[in-house]
Design a binder for this molecule. Structure first.
Ligand SMILES: Nc1nc2c(c(=O)[nH]1)N[C@H]1C(S)=C(S)[C@@H](COP(=O)(O)OP(=O)(O)OC[C@H]3O[C@@H](n4cnc5c(N)ncnc54)[C@H](O)[C@@H]3O)O[C@H]1N2
Ligand code: MOO
Length: 454
């Protein structure tokens, strides 16, 4: 029986919540260069304060600002360069601040270099005057002049002004992005403690699929290359999961059930995802095979297009009734498999990790000029039934507005129109006629496909 998409999502969330505790038990140390996309298990707080000492924000001259109050264009102040400090120099270089014959001492300093220290109680090197705000004396290469007072703390990065010890960098549950890598590296941390990757096994079905051992140039026109497993393996990897191909289940109920049993015990998977063999054909053995393995079927058939034969189950590991594997049976048509991956599998994956869901945005629908005449009047398709449609399409900025159109001539078995798409467009149930000008949710396929504003 078909259940509504919202009900399917509720059941997906419930299974993810139930499986979450056992998944979250394991963690591992991940070096920074491999940590992007991983989810933090143990919150990271800064072990250091940064910068560790006062440093300069500009190339210029460190001065005691209080000594520069008299500088003006009419009465320029002479400064004598008494030393030079570059980034990487010892952080405790001392210079005095004594004014000699009205000439104020200064220290040449580079961006990132530690400010000079002084033993004077009254006067500290506390500001930097950028090189371009000074003028060199024509007579003495160690003399420069300034024509306005230097403000206290000007261009000085104060010690501890960025991170303080104990400041949060990435708390439990955060999905790491390059900003977190920068922050951790800046405080001297070289790894994060993350949840392990979700382990997914990908299974194909169908005697029509060419096997790895078959020659790709086979003359047998009844055979087709496996498109779903490579897609699913790649999409899982992009998501951050660890994905493994588990071969093609042979036709036949007993054989299918044996294949699933053997791959389940061959390694420990959190999720097994198959494509094909879930609808009404005589070879569509996945649902029955799962039943012979004592699986609990949470749903089989969802009111979505494409993808309505999709199935979610939990299968007990043979001889270990308390250990279970989550099983997604996606339909065989490649675009249906891709839609189910995005709108059924991904919510489960994020639910397991406790991640917030990937956001969608809203776009205004426009007619695809390549669609046949009947649709030119604006009618895109009728959606009076309680069905959620996920159609791929393109969303682009047009005169400051995000506008989306369905890919032309799309069908669940046609891969070529999917290549031109950059998003999924969600048509919710009971929308009636879907017309140009309607506002619909769009989900971009990849960050790189998000259109540039403007
Ligand atoms: N009587 C009915 N027939 C069908 C229904 C239905 O409700 N009643 N639903 C249709 C819909 S919708 C879909 S989607 C498909 C899904 O069927 P299955 O999941 O059982 O998939 P298969 O029959 O095994 O294959 C369907 C189609 O996909 C191709 N396929 C399968 N695996 C791959 C792969 N790894 N790479 C590339 N292509 C693959 C397969 O060759 C078939 O052409 O059922 C409809 N029928
Ligand atoms: O899931 Mo099927 O591909 O809806 O058409």
């Amino acid at each position: 029986m078909h259940i509504a998409y919202t009900e399917a999502r509720r059941r997906i969330a419930a299974v993810a919540a139930e499986r979450r505790d056992s998944f979250l038990r394991d963690g591992e140390t991940v070096p920074l260069h491999q940590a992007v996309g991983r989810t933090v298990k143990t919150s990271l707080f800064s072990p250091a304060s940064t910068p560790t000492c006062d440093t300069s924000a500009m190339d210029g001259f460190a001065v005691c600002s209080a000594l520069t109050a008299s500088a003006s264009p009419q009465t320029p102040l002479m400064l004598r360069v008494v030393g030079s400090i570059v980034a990487g120099d010892e952080a405790s270089t001392f210079f005095d601040t004594d004014v000699v014959d009205g000439v104020v001492p200064c220290v040449e300093i580079m961006t990132g270099a530690p400010f000079p220290l002084t033993r004077s109680e009254h006067c500290q090197y506390d500001a930097c005057v950028p090189r371009e705000h000074t003028r060199k004396s024509l007579h003495d290469e160690w003399l420069i002049q300034i024509e306005q007072p230097v403000e206290w703390n000007q261009h000085r990065r104060v010690a501890g002004g960025d991170y303080s010890i104990g400041d949060p960098i990435a708390e439990e549950g955060v999905v790491l992005d390059p900003r977190h890598i920068m922050a951790a590296a800046s405080v001297g941390v070289d790894s994060f403690h993350c949840f392990r990757r979700v382990r997914v096994g990908v299974l194909s079905t169908g005697a029509e699929l060419l096997q790895e051992s078959d020659s790709r140039r086979t003359n047998d026109r009844s055979k087709i290359p496996d498109a779903n497993a490579p897609y699913l393996l790649a999409a899982m990897r992009e998501l951050g999961a660890e994905s493994h191909f588990l071969g093609t289940a042979p036709d036949g109920l007993i054989e299918t059930s044996e294949h699933i049993r053997s791959v389940m015990t061959s390694a420990s998977f959190d999720i097994i995802v198959s494509s094909g063999a879930v609808s009404a054909g005589t070879m569509d053995h996945i649902p029955e095979a799962l039943k012979t393995l004592q699986a609990a079927i949470h749903f089989h058939h969802v009111a979505i297009r494409p993808g309505h034969p999709a199935l979610l189950a939990t299968v007990p590991l043979p001889n270990q009734v308390d250990e279970k594997v989550t099983y997604f049976g996606l339909p065989g048509n490649p675009i249906a498999a891709a839609a189910c991956f995005r709108f059924l599998f991904m919510p489960y994956y994020h639910g397991l990790l406790g991640n917030s869901q990937v956001p969608c945005t809203t776009a205004t629908l426009r007619r695809n000029p390549q669609e046949p005449d009947a649709r030119i009047r604006g009618l895109v398709f009728s959606n009076a039934k309680q069905v959620d449609h996920f159609r791929h399409g393109r969303a682009e900025m047009v005169e400051g507005e995000l506008v989306a159109q369905f890919s032309a001539q799309q069908s669940p078995a046609k891969i070529s129109p999917f290549i031109a798409a950059n998003c999924w467009i969600h048509v919710p149930p009971a929308t009636g006629e879907v017309l140009a000008g309607d506002r619909l949710h769009v989900y971009f396929l990849h960050d790189s496909s998000i259109p540039v504003l403007g």
